[in-house]
Design a protein around this ligand. Structure first.
Ligand code: SAH
Length: 234
């Protein structure tokens, strides 16, 4: 089995890469900025790949465009059996979120794509992509809750996005999930999303400050959960 993780930032991927002693295949996707780290287990006949989005303007790339490019390149070149999008997200205290809490997605959609026209345009804009059918079973086995991931291009929460998130029952807010799921939907590759909370959208602490403060603990919790997840899958 070949499992390919799409992870936006190096800080999110690092504990995981170190844990498995994964090696980078330098310039594998060149000239694209995304980076490949791999671990092969010949006994289990398994390959684990991590694709990070890479850098531009001296910072890690985040967001939908970079996530789509990386996912497309990863699927075309590596032909994985499963894509896992692992990353951090915002949550809501009143919906049960806590800093560092890990979730598996039960669904994923966009929250910042307002396309006037008819219902079909609205439906296409919001996406609502399927997640891997084993997601529920895996969440149960990992002992983590499930949540609805919604994706947009910004870290902040604008009132017009909040209207859509509330209407659609969004619980976990990120910047890549739906973009990765969109590419998977086109190419018929199953996707599982696993997220850990760095910031609370209904807390007084500024989002960026919380994000930076909690990135390490959220990434470590993700690495822990991913190690258990891989034990289940391989
Ligand atoms: N300026 C930040 C950049 C982080 S962008 C920095 O200095 O590091 C935030 C990343 O974490 C994205 O990849 C996104 O998927 C995720 N994320 C965490 N909390 C989020 C939130 N509240 N809203 C949207 N994305 C969030």
């Amino acid at each position: 089995m070949h499992i390919c993780y799409i992870i936006a930032m190096e800080a999110e991927a690092k504990p995981f890469i170190l844990r498995f002693g994964m090696k980078e295949t330098e310039k594998y996707f060149s000239p694209l900025p995304c980076r490949l780290f791999q671990y092969k287990d010949t006994a289990l006949n398994s390959t684990l790949s991590i694709v990070t989005l890479g850098r531009q303007h001296e910072r890690d790339l985040v967001g939908c465009e970079a996530a789509s490019v990386a996912t497309l390149a990863a699927i075309e070149r590596l032909k994985p059996d499963l894509i896992i999008n692992s990353g951090t997200c915002g949550g809501w205290k009143r919906k049960g979120a806590e800093i560092g809490k890990v979730y598996v997605a039960d669904s994923v959609m966009f929250h910042d794509r307002r396309i006037p026209g008819d219902d079909e345009w609205g439906t296409q804009g919001l996406g609502n992509y399927s997640v891997w059918k084993r997601s529920t079973d895996i969440a149960t086995k990992l002992g983590v809750e499930m949540g609805r991931v919604t994706t947009g291009s910004s870290l902040d929460l604008q009132p017009c996005d909040e209207v859509i998130i509330e209407r659609e029952g969004g619980e976990l807010k990120d910047m890549e999930g739906a973009a990765v799921a969109f590419v998977c939907s086109l190419l018929n590759v199953p996707i599982l999303l696993i997220k850990s909370v760095t910031d609370l959208c209904d807390d007084s602490a500024p989002t960026l400050e919380s994000f930076l403060k909690n990135l390490k603990i959220a990434s470590e919790n993700l690495s822990e959960a991913n190690a258990s997840l891989l034990k289940l899958l391989l």
